[in-house]
Design a binder for this molecule. Structure first.
Ligand code: NAD
Length: 498
C-alpha cells in the first residue's frame, strides 16, 4: 500500500499528524493507499506557505500568470491518460468518463486564462468638475477550496483555476477518498512555472476544514459536497466574517412530455442516471413522464436498455459504468433500495447483489429502476447518489413542473419535448438553477456559471464564468480629482451627481 502525500510549498510532503485514512480500489474492493489527515499545525504551515507566495503572485502581470496557467493546461493534456487512470483507479468511474472529468476542469482554466481581459475595471470621466472614477478588481489573498470525491479533477480545477488567475493563492482540501489526482495536478503546476506555495494541497477531514475556515488569513471559502456539510460550512464561514459559496446535494428531474422522442429520451436517461454509477451532482435520479401512456412506454424502453448495460471494471472498454466509490456508499445505496421497496415503490430492476466476474469484492451496485414512486417517499425526497432511477408519473404538465419546483433541491433539471411553448414555459418557471431542453445533463460550459438553487447552493455567486471571478476578487473604486480641477473651496454638503 502506498502513501499519498500533501503538496505544500512546491513539493510532496508527508503527513505528520499520525492520523490517516484508507483509500480504496473500488474494483478490488480493498484499500490501495493511505492518505494523511492534516493536523491544525499542518493547516497552519500550508496557509503560511500560500501567504508567503501571495505578494509575488498577486503583483505578477496578469498575462504572465495566464501564461503559466496555459502551460499548466498543456501539461495536463500531455499527462491526460496517466491522470485519468489514477482517477479511475480511486473513484471507480470509467476511463473515458475520467478524461471527461479532467477535460471539464481544464476548460475552466482555459477560460480563466482570459483573466487579463475579464478583470479589467471600469472608468468614467468627468463625473463632476474635474472628477474621474475608476474601479479595479483585486485578489482577496489566500483562499481555500474544499471539494467532493465525485469530480476529483474538475471541481479543484474550477476553483483553483479561477482563483489563481485572479491573483489569489490557494489551499485546496480535496476529498480524502480519491486524493491522488489533485496532488499530481499541483505538481504539474510547479512544472508549468507556478511559484511554490501558490497552490498547496492539504488532505484532511473536519479538523483540517475547521482550522481552514477559522484562520484569519483565509479570505474566501469555496465548498462543494453534500448539503448538510455545505450548509454548516457556509454558516461557519459567515460567522468568521468571510465570503463563501457552498454547493450541496441534488435530486435532478427529467420531465418527458408525451410529444417527446421517447427513444431519444430513454437513451438520454440511461446515460444521465447510470453514467459514473449515478455519482454525479447533475445525474438524473427522477424521471417524470407525463401521462400514463408516456410512462408505460418509457418504462418499457428503459427496461430494454438496462438489460443491455455492462457494469464492469473502470478501465475495461466494455464497461458502461464502474463500481461506486467505497463500501459505505454501496451499503447506503443498497439500504435506500430496501427503503423504496418498504415504502411501496415498484422495483422494476434491482441492482442489489450485482457481481462482476473476477472481482468478487468490488463495490458493485447494478442499475436500479423504481416505478410509481410518490413525492412522499424518502427515495424521492432524499439524495441517494448511486445508480438508482425513480419514475414519478405525472398526470399533466403542471404537475410535472411542480415536482422539481417544489423539491428541496434545485441543482439541475431537464425537459424532453418537441413543443417550443412547453419548453419555454418550463425554463422560465421551474425553480432550479440549471435547465436542459432535450439535454439530460445541462452542466454549463466554462464561460457561463454553474450553480444550483435552494438546498443545492448557499451563497450568492455561482462557480466559474464571470461569477467565479467576482467571487475570488474584491472591487475597489477610486474617485480622483487633481489639484488643477479644485476651484470651489471647502464644501460641507454630501457630494452628489446633480
Ligand atoms: P461530502 O460532503 O461528504 O464531502 C465534501 C468535502 O467536505 C470533502 O472534502 C470532505 O472531506 C469534507 N467534509 C466531509 N465531512 C466534513 C465535515 N463534517 N466537516 C468539514 N468537512 C467535511 O461530499 P462527498 O460525498 O465527497 O460528495 C458527494 C456530494 O457532493 C453529493 O451530495 C453531491 O450531490 C455533492 N456535489 C455537489 C455538486 C454541486 O455543484 N452542487 C457537485 C459535486 C458534488
Amino acid at each position: 500500500m502506498h502513501q499519498v502525500t500533501h503538496f505544500i510549498d512546491g513539493r510532496r510532503t508527508e503527513g505528520t499528524s499520525g492520523r490517516t485514512k484508507e483509500v480504496f480500489d473500488p474494483v478490488r474492493g480493498a484499500p490501495q493507499a493511505t492518505v494523511p489527515l492534516a493536523s491544525e499545525a499542518e493547516v497552519d504551515a500550508a496557509i503560511a506557505s500560500s501567504q508567503a507566495a501571495f505578494d509575488g503572485w498577486a503583483s505578477m502581470n496578469p498575462q504572465r500568470r495566464a501564461r503559466i496557467l496555459l502551460k499548466w493546461v498543456d501539461l495536463i493534456y500531455t499527462h491526460m491518460d496517466e491522470l485519468a487512470e489514477t482517477l479511475s483507479g480511486e473513484h471507480g468511474k470509467t476511463f473515458p468518463d475520467a478524461k471527461g472529468d479532467i477535460q471539464r476542469g481544464v476548460e475552466v482554466v482555459e477560460f480563466a486564462a482570459g483573466a487579463p481581459h475579464l478583470l479589467k475595471g471600469e472608468f468614467s470621466t468627468e463625473v463632476s468638475g474635474g472628477v474621474d472614477v475608476h474601479s479595479m478588481r483585486q485578489p482577496l489573498g489566500v483562499v481555500t477550496g474544499i471539494t467532493p470525491f465525485n469530480f476529483p479533477a474538475m471541481i479543484p480545477l474550477w476553483k483553483a483555476g479561477v482563483a489563481l488567475a485572479a491573483g489569489n493563492t490557494f489551499v485546496l482540501k480535496p476529498s480524502e477518498r480519491d486524493p491522488s489526482v489533485p496532488v499530481r495536478l499541483a505538481e504539474l503546476a510547479i512544472e508549468a512555472g507556478m511559484p511554490a506555495g501558490v497552490l498547496n494541497v492539504l488532505h484532511g477531514d473536519k479538523t483540517a476544514v475547521d482550522a481552514l475556515i477559522a484562520d484569519d488569513r483565509i479570505r474566501a471559502v469555496g465548498f462543494v459536497g453534500s448539503t448538510p456539510i455545505a450548509q454548516a460550512i457556509y454558516t461557519a464561514a459567515a460567522t468568521h466574517g468571510k465570503r463563501a459559496q457552498c454547493f450541496g446535494g441534488a435530486k435532478n428531474h427529467m420531465v418527458i412530455m408525451p410529444d417527446a422522442d421517447l427513444e431519444q429520451a430513454a437513451d438520454a436517461l440511461i446515460g444521465a442516471a447510470f453514467g459514473s454509477a449515478g455519482e454525479r451532482c447533475m445525474a438524473i435520479s427522477v424521471a417524470v413522464p407525463v401521462g400514463e401512456e408516456t410512462a408505460d412506454r418509457l418504462v418499457e424502453l428503459l427496461e430494454e436498455r438496462m438489460a443491455e448495460l455492462t457494469l464492469g471494471p473502470s478501465l475495461e472498454e466494455s464497461s458502461d459504468f464502474g463500481p461506486v466509490v467505497g463500501p459505505d456508499a454501496k451499503a447506503r445505496i443498497e439500504d435506500y433500495i430496501g427503503v423504496g421497496v418498504e415504502e411501496g415503490a415498484e422495483l422494476r430492476v434491482d441492482g442489489r447483489g450485482a457481481t462482476v466476474d473476477g472481482h468478487p469484492d468490488g463495490f458493485w451496485v447494478g442499475a436500479t429502476l423504481f416505478d410509481r414512486v410518490t413525492p412522499q417517499m424518502r427515495i424521492y425526497r432524499e439524495e441517494i447518489f448511486g445508480p438508482v432511477l425513480s419514475v414519478v408519473r405525472a398526470a399533466d404538465y403542471e404537475e410535472a413542473l411542480r415536482l422539481p419546483t417544489e423539491h428541496e433541491f434545485g441543482n439541475g433539471v431537464s425537459i424532453f419535448t418537441r413543443d417550443g411553448d412547453a419548453a419555454r414555459d418550463f425554463t422560465r418557471r421551474v425553480e432550479v438553477g440549471m435547465v436542459g431542453v432535450n439535454v439530460p445533463i445541462p452542466v454549463p460550459i466554462a464561460y457561463y456559471t454553474f450553480g444550483g438553487w435552494k438546498a443545492s447552493g448557499f451563497g450568492d455567486l455561482n462557480q466559474h464564468g464571470t461569477d467565479g471571478l467576482k467571487f475570488y476578487t474584491k472591487t475597489k473604486t477610486v474617485t480622483t480629482r487633481w489639484p488643477s480641477g479644485i476651484k470651489d473651496g471647502a464644501s460641507f454638503v454630501m457630494p452628489e451627481g446633480s
